[in-house]
Ligand binder design. Structure first.
Ligand code: HQG
Length: 198
């Protein structure tokens, strides 16, 4: 009997892991098409980044990528970073930030930032950042976090993390625009070196 119990738990944990892998793969696919390459599956995003969920599912199926409403909703609701939003009528989906595709230009409302915001990066980028400041790279904006802890996790994706403190309010006072996506991520077009503190 104890064996059966332990086997039961084993299966449950296996199923949980399997589900989490499934959700993570679907999330990566959604990030890819909703932020970067909608053309890859032949969909278009409107200027605010929205696309019809039913069109997305059909287009993904044509490319042998299985998606359904239930899976999409599970990705949206379980996303740790709240990367995606569903429209009020439940028919459309978009990524709330992180775009590189030029077809999307979300009309974010400008917002006054707190005195400091944070950017997590990897030590290997520091030499270049020290010369050029923070640049958006392939994305539309430089991404900033409200707190150091989040920034450190962002930086860790690329190697040994380093957290930069940005004099955000001073930048704002000098005319730089800041936006906050609905998942809390701060966006600005670039951060010149003089506003960076390590
Ligand atoms: C670095 C994730 C050299 C920059 C996160 C970063 C975020 C420079 C990398 C979101 C540079 C770009 C965005 C310069 C900046 N020279 N390197 N002058 N300026 N960099 O992924 O901010 O999981 O495009 O420091 O949580 O890391 O996708 O930007 O290391 O919110 O939802 O160039 O992506 O969210 O990398 O991450 P990225 P990021 P998701």
């Amino acid at each position: 009997m104890p064996d059966a119990i332990s086997q039961g738990w084993g299966w449950r944990s296996f199923l949980k892991q399997d589900m989490s892998k499934h959700l993570s793969e679907a999330s990566k696919f959604l990030s890819y098409v909703l932020r970067h390459q909608p053309d890859a599956i032949g969909i278009t995003l409107d200027v605010e980044g929205w696309t019809e969920i039913s069109v997305l599912i059909a287009a993904a199926a044509n490319c042998a990528k299985q998606l359904d409403h239930e899976l999409i909703l599970a990705v949206v609701t379980t996303s740790d970073k709240k990367r995606f939003a569903i429209s009020e009528d439940g028919l459309r989906i978009r990524a709330v930030q992180g775009h590189s595709t030029a077809s999307v230009d979300i009309n974010y409302v400008a917002k006054v930032p707190s005195e400091f915001l944070y950017h997590g990066t990897a030590t290997r980028f520091m030499e270049s950042i020290g010369k050029e400041g923070l640049l958006p790279g392939s994305r539309q904006y430089v991404h900033l976090s409200q707190d150091e802890h989040t920034a450190r996790a962002v930086g860790q994706r690329y190697g040994k993390p380093v957290v930069l403190k940005i004099k955000a309010l001073l930048m704002h006072e000098q005319g730089f625009k800041f936006f906050q996506a609905e998942n809390g991520v701060w966006l600005t077009s670039a951060v010149p070196v003089l506003f960076l503190k390590e």
